[in-house]
Design a protein around this ligand. Structure first.
Ligand code: FAD
Length: 422
């Protein structure tokens, strides 16, 4: 603690009851320029429960955090008193390779989990994440995905069970650790994508998948964005073993080191013979489009993903539309002077990066997406923009408010992250 003198008395007394090794310096946990009163790095679920119980009793606001890579996702916190660092809870609880199931604590990093699974030729198909340091808790609480969505099950769909510390400090478990599990409701789905506003995820069980025998990515050049659209749909309807299918606009293509024309990026996974066949089929399809380049590793997918983290000041937008409108959104983004854009055809998600944009243009862009019956969210932006522009829009806000009231009636978990008072 930097300055215990300034702490409210109940907090000062509470800290004395905790083992000193779990108390951290609050200065290390600033969010949007605000330092919390105190910070804890619990090593056991009972310690999380004790902290949340205390916070609930005295109405201190708690913000759970893993590797802190996505703390600008959502609105600025309305209150922030306690930082809850989950990185002390990083154990592999149980792994049964023959059943393809694993249970892991929420503070473990995706990198550590993948390396444990890789020893047995297995993996968790978390779509290219911003960096391997992201935690399992952060991955689930944000529930974002990339080009694999719709082609392989998303992380969310592979959850078998979860243990969560609720806003009153009680511990709730849903689902189980095995695939055959029929009891109870899938309450864990509520915490997935809830941005830590309904409970603190302590551990999760997943079904995992075998690593494919081979994967290959092809970069397909087109002269126009409409051609890229046509090509992507031909591939999508081809029955080839696709794991990723993304359309890059010419700026995204250039930023990734390719020529400045639109591209379609496709990844095939499977056994050797089916990959070879897929490459041949694609070569045939490409005879009436443009050049084709082959990559033997999947790094390009991480590189695309990292465009969203290139500059701190940039504004990152995620839109969701029907597949037929993916290229329409890319064109609208270009008209609104986006720095680059790319769209994942199977899931209909389009990512758009602006180097700078005023709120009026941002609102206009949102209306354009809404008129395509889609949604538009701000995934990363400066505090100033998130202060005056609702990152999520009005979608499902009544439902979110009702859930918050039921799960966290005192509003102590990440208050304000979704919308005013939620
Ligand atoms: C611009 C952008 C693009 C992204 N693109 C992708 C993508 O392509 N593929 C993909 O898989 N993911 C994507 N993500 C999400 C990504 O998975 C997260 O950035 C990452 O998983 C966060 O992990 P972290 O440990 O750094 O979480 P943090 O940044 O520490 O926390 C993120 C959020 O989760 C909450 N949280 C953290 N841990 C817990 C917990 N144990 N219980 C409850 N709440 C918790 C925090 O309060 C916060 O709201 C994207 C995110 C952003 C901002």
């Amino acid at each position: 603690m930097s300055d215990n003198q300034q702490l409210p008395l109940p907090m000062e007394d509470f800290i004395k009851t905790l083992p000193s090794e779990i108390c951290r310096q609050p200065e290390l946990y600033m969010i949007d320029g605000k330092t919390p009163l105190s910070a804890f790095r619990p090593l056991h679920i009972d310690q999380i429960s004790k902290i949340i119980q205390f916070a609930n009793q005295y109405n201190f606001a708690v913000s759970p955090q893993g590797s802190r890579t996505a703390l600008t996702l959502g609105r600025k916190l309305e209150r922030y008193d306690i930082a809850l660092d989950t990185s002390g809870m990083s154990k592999l609880v149980e792994y049964t390779p023959e059943d393809l199931t694993v249970t892991i604590q929420a503070g473990a990093t995706l990198r550590d989990l993948q390396s444990d699974l890789a020893e047995f030729g297995q993996y968790l198909p978390a779509d290219p994440s911003p960096s391997d340091v992201v935690t399992i808790g952060g991955l689930l609480a944000t529930a974002r995905s990339g080009a694999w969505r719709g082609n392989v099950p998303s992380t969310r769909d592979l959850i078998l069970g979860m243990t969560v510390v609720m806003a009153d400090g009680s511990i709730a478990t849903s689902g189980g650790r095995v695939v055959k599990n029929v009891s109870g409701f899938d309450m864990h789905r509520l915490h997935t994508g809830a941005l830590g506003s309904l409970g603190i995820i302590s551990s999760a069980s997943f079904k995992v998948l075998p690593v494919p025998e081979r994967n290959v990515s092809l970069i397909l050049s087109c002269s126009k964005i409409n051609e890229a659209d046509e090509l992507a749909f031909i591939l999508r309807n081809s029955n080839l073993p696709i794991r990723g299918l993304t359309i890059l606009d010419s700026n995204a293509s250039r930023k990734l080191g390719f020529s400045s024309t639109p591209k379609v990026l496709v990844e095939f996974t499977g056994i050797e013979v089916s990959i070879n066949r897929s490459i041949k089929d694609t070569e045939q399809i490409m005879s009436r489009f443009g050049e084709i380049d082959q990559l033997e590793d999947s790094q390009i997918w991480d590189q695309i993903r990292s465009l969203a983290n290139e500059q701190k000041e940039q504004i990152v937008i995620r839109c969701g539309v029907q597949a037929k409108n993916v290229v329409e959104v890319i064109k609208l983004a270009e008209l609104n002077t986006a720095a680059c854009a790319w769209g994942n055809l199977t899931s209909g998600s389009v990512w758009v990066i602006f180097e700078s944009i005023d709120v009026t243009t941002l609102s206009k862009f949102r209306s354009q997406i809404l008129s395509l019956e889609g949604f538009m969210q701000v995934e990363a932006a400066s505090m100033n923009i998130r202060d005056i522009f609702n990152p999520f829009g009005d979608i499902e806000i009544d439902l979110v408010r009702a859930l918050k009231n039921r799960f966290d009636p005192s509003g102590i978990l990440n208050p304000g992250r979704w919308t005013v008072g939620v």
